[in-house]
Design a protein around this ligand. Structure first.
Ligand SMILES: CC(=O)N[C@H]1[C@@H](OP(=O)(O)OP(=O)(O)OC[C@H]2O[C@@H](n3ccc(=O)[nH]c3=O)[C@H](O)[C@@H]2O)O[C@H](CO)[C@@H](O)[C@@H]1O[C@H](C)C(=O)N[C@@H](C)C(=O)N[C@H](CCC(=O)O)C(=O)O
Ligand SMILES: Nc1ncnc2c1ncn2[C@@H]1O[C@H](COP(=O)(O)OP(=O)(O)OP(=O)(O)O)[C@@H](O)[C@H]1O
Ligand SMILES: N[C@H](CCC[C@H](N)C(=O)O)C(=O)O
Ligand SMILES: [Mg+2]
Length: 491
C-alpha cells in the first residue's frame, strides 16, 4: 500500500508526500523495523519512541508518524496522538478485519479469560471456527501465538484479526482489558457483543479511582454501536456497575444474574468438589445443568458465556449440551493430584485480586473437610493498594496463610510483603519470600482433608525478578512437594 493511500484515513491531515513509498509493514519498535516499514513514534510509559526514529530510518524505515517535527531523510507525518493514529492505520492496513468476524469482547476485573474460553468451547462444539485473544495466548484456529499483553497493541491486534480472516475464522473471542480501552488499543474493532463480568478493585495504580476504572471499562460499551445494528451488551446485573454501563451504551441490553430476575439466570446452585449443578434459565426456558467447573464465580462466567452465545445465534439446547462437555481451564481452580495416597487437595488458581482471592477461598471453605491454607503474594510494579487487602482476605478466609513472592519485577520482594502485612487484623500467617519454599512449607504440613490454595500465578510459567525471569510453574513445584509429602508420611 502506498503511503499516500494509507494516510488517507486521516480526514483533515494535509500531507505533502513528495516521495510516496510503498509501505510493506508498520512497526512501533525500531528493533522490528525492516526495509519498507512505516515507523510510528509512541511516547510510552517508560521511554519516548521519537528518540528511536533515527535508528528506525537506519534500519530501513521509509516513513515516520510522529507527534512533533523530526529532522529525518524520509517523510514525517505529524499527528496529534500517535497511539490513536496507529490504531486507525493498523485497521486500514490490515483491511478492517473485524468487519469480517463475529467479535465478542469480554471485559471486567475477573473472569475474562474464563468466560472467553467457555465461549470458545461453546462455539467450537457448535461447528464454528474460533479465534481467541487473551491473557494466556492468541489462538488462530489451532495455532497458538504468545502474547505479552492480555489485549495486544492495535498493530498486533489487527494483524492477528487479519490472520483469523485468512484462516476462515468466523467467531473471535477477545479479552478487553481496561488498559487497552484507556490507551485506545481497541479503537476500530467492530465488536458485535460486549460482555461485562464484574468490577472490583485492581489496577488503581493506572486508573487512580474506581470511577476512572469503571469509565475505562465503559468505553467498550460506549464504542459498541447501536441495537439497530444488531449489537448486544451482556451485563451482570448483580454487580452495581452494570447500572452505569447501561447508560453508556445504545446496544440491546441482555442481563444475567444469580440473585435477580434476568434474561439469563441461575438458581438452586449446588457446589461440590467435582463440579457444580444449577438450574439455568435462558429467556424463560429452564434447563438442569451439571458442569465440571467449580465455584459460584464460575456460574457467573457460564451465564455470561451463555448469554453471549445465545445472542450470537447458537440455539438454547445446543448451548446447554455443550456445557456438559466443558472441561476445566488451565490455572483456574486447577487441582494437582499425584496419586490416590494424596489425602489432601492442592488447588492452583490465578486469583490475584482481593475479590477473586475471597471467592476462591470461600469456595474451598465450603469443600474442605479440614483446614484451608493459602500461599499468596502480590505483583511488583502493580497496584500497591491491593496488597494489604489481599493479605487481610488471605488471613480471614484461610486458617493459615503463607506470604511469598509473585513476580516482584523491579521491586524488592521483602518490601512487597511488608506492604501486604501493614495494618492487617489477623496473625495466622508466615513469611517465606522464596515462593518454592513457601509452597513446600504449606504442602509439607498438609493434613488429611486439607485444601491448599496456591494463588496468583495460575497458568504462568515464570517468575519475574528485577534482573532475570526464571522458569517457575506452581503446578510443577506443587507436584514435587506433594510427592515428597506422601513419601514422608509413608516412611
Ligand atoms: C503500562 C503499559 O500499559 N505499558 C504498555 C505500553 O508500553 P510503554 O508505553 O511503556 O512502552 P515503552 O517501553 O515506553 O516504549 C515506547 C515506544 O518506544 C518503542 N521502543 C522502545 C524501546 C526501544 O529500544 N525501541 C523502541 O522503538 C516501543 O516499541 C514503544 O513503541 O505499550 C506496550 C506495547 O503495547 C505494552 O506492551 C506495554 O504493556 C506492558 C508490558 C504492561 O505490563 N502492561 C500492563 C499494565 C497491561 O497493559 N496489562 C493489561 C492486562 C490487565 C489485566 O488483564 O488485568 C493488558 O492488556 O495486558
Ligand atoms: N466471575 C468471576 N468473579 C470473581 N472472580 C472470578 C471470576 N472468574 C474467575 N475468578 C477468579 O479470578 C481468577 C482469574 O480468572 P480469569 O483469568 O478468568 O480472570 P481475568 O479477568 O482474565 O484476569 P486478568 O485480568 O488477569 O486477565 C480465577 O482464577 C478465579 O480465582
Ligand atoms: N493481568 C494481571 C496479571 C497479574 C498476575 C500476577 N501473577 C502478577 O504478576 O501480579 C496484571 O497485569 O495485573
Ligand atoms: Mg485474563
Amino acid at each position: 500500500m502506498k503511503l499516500s493511500e494509507l494516510v488517507n484515513v486521516f480526514p483533515f491531515l494535509q500531507v505533502d508526500v513528495k516521495e510516496d513509498p510503498i509501505i510493506q509493514q508498520i512497526e512501533m519498535d525500531h528493533r522490528q523495523v525492516k526495509a519498507g516499514t512505516l515507523f510510528i513514534c509512541i511516547n510510552g510509559y517508560t521511554v519516548d519512541g521519537h528518540d528511536f526514529a533515527k535508528n528506525a530510518v537506519e534500519n530501513g524505515a521509509v516513513a515516520v508518524i510522529a507527534e512533533k517535527p523530526l529532522a529525518l531523510d524520509v517523510p514525517v507525518i505529524i499527528v496529534k496522538d500517535s497511539r490513536r493514529a496507529m490504531a486507525r492505520l493498523a485497521n486500514h492496513f490490515y483491511h478492517n478485519p473485524t468487519k469480517n468476524l463475529h467479535l465478542i469482547g469480554v471485559t471486567g476485573t475477573n473472569g475474562k479469560t474464563s468466560t472467553t474460553l467457555i465461549l470458545e468451547h461453546i462455539f467450537q462444539r457448535n461447528a464454528k471456527k474460533t479465534g481467541v485473544i487473551g491473557t494466556m495466548y492468541a489462538k488462530v484456529g489451532q495455532e497458538k501465538i504468545e502474547t505479552k499483553n492480555t489485549t495486544p497493541e492495535s498493530l498486533l491486534l489487527q494483524q492477528t484479526f487479519q490472520r483469523m480472516v485468512h484462516h476462515q475464522v468466523d467467531t473471535a473471542l477477545m479479552e478487553v482489558s481496561s488498559h487497552a480501552l484507556e490507551s485506545g488499543r481497541t479503537f476500530g474493532c467492530d465488536f458485535n457483543v460486549a460482555v461485562f463480568t464484574n468490577l472490583t478493585p485492581d489496577h488503581l495504580d493506572y486508573h487512580k479511582t474506581m470511577e476512572d476504572y469503571l469509565n475505562a471499562k465503559g468505553l467498550l460499551f460506549a464504542q459498541l454501536g447501536s441495537q439497530y445494528d444488531g449489537k448486544f451488551a451482556v451485563l451482570n446485573i448483580d454487580d452495581p456497575a452494570s447500572q452505569k454501563l447501561m447508560k453508556m451504551t445504545s446496544a440491546e441490553i441482555i442481563t444475567y444474574s444469580i440473585h435477580h430476575n434476568a434474561d439469563i439466570s441461575a438458581k438452586n446452585i449446588q457446589l461440590s468438589a467435582k463440579g457444580t449443578m444449577f438450574e439455568l434459565t435462558i429467556f424463560n426456558q429452564t434447563y438442569q445443568v451439571d458442569v465440571q467447573l467449580i465455584g459460584k464465580f464460575n456460574v457467573y462466567n457460564i451465564l455470561a458465556a451463555v448469554a453471549a452465545a445465545y445472542v450470537s445465534g447458537i440455539p438454547k439446547e445446543d448451548i446447554v449440551k455443550s456445557l456438559s462437555e466443558l472441561k476445566g481451564i488451565a490455572g483456574r481452580f486447577e487441582t494437582v493430584k499425584v496419586n490416590e495416597k494424596q489425602d489432601f487437595t492442592v488447588v492452583v488458581d490465578y486469583a490475584h485480586t482481593s475479590d477473586s482471592l475471597k471467592n476462591v477461598l470461600e469456595t474451598v471453605q465450603e469443600l474442605a473437610q479440614s483446614s484451608v491454607k493459602v500461599v499468596v503474594g502480590c505483583g511488583g510494579n502493580r497496584d500497591r493498594s491491593k496488597r494489604p487487602v489481599m493479605a487481610e482476605v488471605a488471613t480471614k478466609y484461610a486458617e493459615q496463610a503463607y506470604f511469598t513472592s509473585d513476580n516482584p519485577r523491579g521491586e524488592d520482594p521483602n518490601k512487597i510483603i511488608d506492604d501486604m502485612i501493614k495494618g492487617i487484623s489477623y496473625s495466622n500467617y508466615m513469611i517465606e519470600v522464596d515462593r518454592k519454599k513457601a509452597i513446600y512449607d504449606a504442602i509439607s504440613s498438609a493434613q488429611s482433608g486439607d485444601i491448599i490454595v496456591i494463588a496468583g500465578k495460575g497458568h504462568e510459567t515464570y517468575q519475574i525478578f528485577s534482573d532475570q525471569t526464571i522458569h517457575f510453574d506452581d503446578r510443577e513445584i506443587a507436584y514435587e512437594a506433594i510427592k515428597e509429602r506422601i513419601r514422608h508420611v509413608n516412611i
